[in-house]
Design a protein around this ligand. Structure first.
Ligand code: ADP
Length: 265
């Protein structure tokens, strides 16, 4: 299934910068940045620790205000968080006092969606993320990977146009991480969303993305903006891990790793 992509979802940053002012001085976390993200892109952001990746994501999420410049989604200036821009954090942020289903239904419940509708939608999403049967459990009964899936379902139920992910799989073991990467690609394809994904892992960035941004050390700026094309992308098939063994994948991995290495200097 392919969903029509809406140009209202285009993200446009014009001379956006972010400086943090603290009692010990000010830090330019993001230097003046121009960036356009088209609807349906899967954009990963990589770079050395402290280069402003999370800052960029928080600006996109509306949790931070740019110090200079304008940040638009479609025609609208980002003026705060919105369910249309769903955020998945690294650390699970599920409410411990609610069941998994209760967590997933939380957004629609706040918006006054009736019980039967939100229950049906939560059950559909539980199946989609492979958590059918776990709806009545409490978050602490789930493994880390299951909690991350529940978080993704909790974001998807709001039908966000843009999904912002901050190292969502960073704390997971490799096997779980690889499974969730493939599931995420499938979801992204099916739902036709825009994804912006922060990661430390070059492999993860190349495997998931249609485009990778490499950021430099402070003050953070985009050093390299690389389109990612891998064997099989011209087919309807969702990428699988076998692609990581291809020379094309390895070449991109090396190129980006070198760019990140350069970004440290
Ligand atoms: P990354 O996600 O790439 O590790 P961040 O966006 O978290 O980078 O941070 C970029 C820079 O801004 C770092 O030097 C960090 O110390 C600084 N910084 C981040 N958040 C704050 C804050 N709330 N107050 C002051 N400085 C901050």
């Amino acid at each position: 299934m392919t969903t029509t992509l809406d140009t209202r979802d285009r993200v446009v940053l014009t001379e956006v910068s972010k400086t943090y002012d603290t009692p010990s001085g000010s830090t330019v976390a993001l230097a003046s940045t121009d960036l356009v993200i088209e609807p349906g892109e899967f954009v990963s952001v990589v770079g050395p620790s402290g280069c402003g990746k999370t800052t960029l994501l928080q600006l996109l999420g509306g949790f931070l205000e740019p110090t200079t410049g304008t940040l638009l989604v479609g025609p609208d200036r980002v003026a705060g968080p919105s369910p249309e821009r769903g955020v998945v954090f690294q650390a699970p942020t599920l409410f411990p006092w609610l069941s998994v289903r209760g967590n997933i239904e939380f957004g629609p419940a706040c918006r006054g969606v009736d019980r039967a509708t939100r229950r049906a939608e939560a059950d559909r999403l539980l199946r989609l993320v492979g958590l059918d049967g776990a709806g009545d459990k409490r978050p602490y009964e789930l493994s880390g990977g299951m909690q991350q899936r529940a978080q993704i379902a909790r974001v998807l139920i709001n039908d966000p146009r843009i999904i912002l992910m901050d190292e969502p799989f960073g704390a997971l073991d490799q096997l779980t991480r690889e499974r969730l990467q493939v599931e995420l690609l499938r979801l992204w394809r099916q739902a036709g969303k825009t994804v912006v994904f922060v990661t430390h892992s070059v492999e993860e960035a190349v495997f998931l993305s249609t485009r990778v941004l490499v950021m430099s050390a402070r003050p953070g700026r985009i050093l390299l903006d690389r389109r990612i094309a891998l064997p099989g992308d011209d087919t309807e098939r969702v990428r699988d891990l076998a692609v990581t063994a291809t020379p094309e994948f390895q070449a991109l991995r090396t190129e980006l790793a070198q760019a990140i290495y350069g970004a440290h200097r």
